[in-house]
Design a protein around this ligand. Structure first.
Ligand SMILES: C[S@@+](CC[C@H](N)C(=O)[O-])C[C@H]1O[C@@H](n2cnc3c(N)ncnc32)[C@H](O)[C@@H]1O
Length: 295
């Protein structure tokens, strides 16, 4: 079967049989979408773990088979698999996601883990550009004593974040605020108070948007990826105004585009810049050591 064909042929032949094993389904769907996507869909539909698809010759119902092929068709024509199943894993949690929010990425899991190793019992944390709430939620679970503010410019995104906060019983400890800049008197009360200001802001340079993966460009919210010219609109704002929110010893932790190292160095010469697991410049850490400290 060629990739270009619809899933209809496979659907017809497989769904018409009375019993279908999961392994065969994944094999057939892998000719249309990636194996990882096929496995993810099947795991969501059946509730199985990945190894269960392969270790037992499992039978699935005709209804599940039809649902599976409907989803395969959607993924083949571009819909991100996470929006189809309204679910995205992030570290130790599983988040509700839909077209209102950015789909959490492994690079951001890494940002959270690296931040977690740099701070001890933080009391006050701000997650700027919270989207699904992935960063705020996982930090809240990592640091049960922390009080967290989850900010976003998008009210629809905040509605999704609240749903996820409810899922993990964190509505008391994580408060959401709709804001478009740190330069707002609505958060004056946080000045000089934060142990951590963390953000995965929109950082894709606008000039590059036309050439990024069409799944991202066409399906994920524009406001979550478009970082303006050079991708530095929100990154620059965070570097400029972020430090004043940190208490002495507080940490600024950002995810950035691999092209933004010199921009960051110009604004904050003492920033520590690190690469991600793929070898791209990706993370900025800056600690408020008091005095001038390069700012
Ligand atoms: C790349 S997404 C990150 C979402 C989530 N934190 C994550 O890591 O998956 C960037 C988020 O920043 C929000 N955002 C964009 N511009 C903003 C601004 N000026 N002020 C506050 N939030 C903004 C978007 O709505 C989006 O939810």
């Amino acid at each position: 079967m060629s990739k270009g064909r619809t899933a209809a042929a496979a659907r017809a032949s497989v769904a018409s049989s009375i019993k279908v094993d999961a392994f065969t389904l994944v094999q057939q769907a892998s000719r249309l979408i990636s194996r990882e996507e096929a496995e993810f869909l099947l795991m969501e539909i059946t509730g199985w773990k990945r190894h269960e698809i392969y270790t037992h010759s499992r039978q699935i119902s005709k209804f599940q088979v039809l649902r599976f092929w409907w989803m395969v068709d959607k993924v083949r024509t571009g819909t991100p698999v996470q929006y189809l199943v309204n679910s995205a894993p992030f570290l130790d949690v599983n988040l509700y996601v839909d077209e209102r929010v950015f789909i959490p990425r492994p690079e951001t899991e890494e940002l959270v883990l690296r931040t977690g190793t740099r701070v001890k019992s933080p009391r006050f944390i701000l997650d700027y550009g919270t989207g699904s709430g992935c960063i705020a939620i996982t930090l809240a679970r990592m640091f049960p004593q922390a009080e967290i503010w989850a900010v976003d410019i998008s009210r629809p995104a905040l509605a999704v974040a609240k749903r996820n906060l409810g899922r993990y019983q964190l509505k008391d400890r994580v408060r959401t605020i709709c804001l478009s800049s740190l330069y707002s008197n609505r958060i004056d009360f946080l000045e000089g108070k934060l142990d951590v200001l963390i953000s995965n802001p929109p950082y894709i340079p606008r000039e590059r948007l036309a050439s990024i993966d069409s799944k991202v460009r066409d399906y994920e919210p524009g406001v979550s990826v478009d970082g303006g010219i050079g991708g530095t609109a929100v990154v620059g704002m965070l570097l400029k105004y972020g430090p004043r929110f940190l208490k002495p010893g507080g940490l600024l932790a950002l995810e950035i585009d691999h092209t933004q190292e010199s921009f960051v160095r110009t604004l904050v010469p003492t920033a520590v810049i690190e690469k991600d697991f793929a070898g791209y410049v990706r993370y900025v850490f800056w600690q408020n050591l008091g005095g001038d400290n390069g700012k």
